[in-house]
Design a protein around this ligand. Sequence first.
Ligand code: SF4
Ligand code: SF4
Length: 57
Amino acid sequence: MAYVINSECISCGACEGECPVSAISEGDDLFVIDAALCTDCGACAGVCPVEAPNPAE
Ligand code: SF4
Ligand code: SF4
């Protein structure tokens, strides 16, 4: 399991520095989470202004 950033992301960058395992980076259109690194901690969702990061199905 991992969190996934959906299309609501406005690329504000707030989540990147909050991730304890540095799984978040800036992609072409929005920020992306490396599923291989994500530990499902939820910190990114807690700081996102548009609730873009969510647990994957
Ligand atoms: Fe990083 Fe936690 Fe968000 Fe996964 S859920 S991307 S580990 S802040
Ligand atoms: Fe995108 Fe939310 Fe991260 Fe900002 S905090 S870059 S809107 S996912």
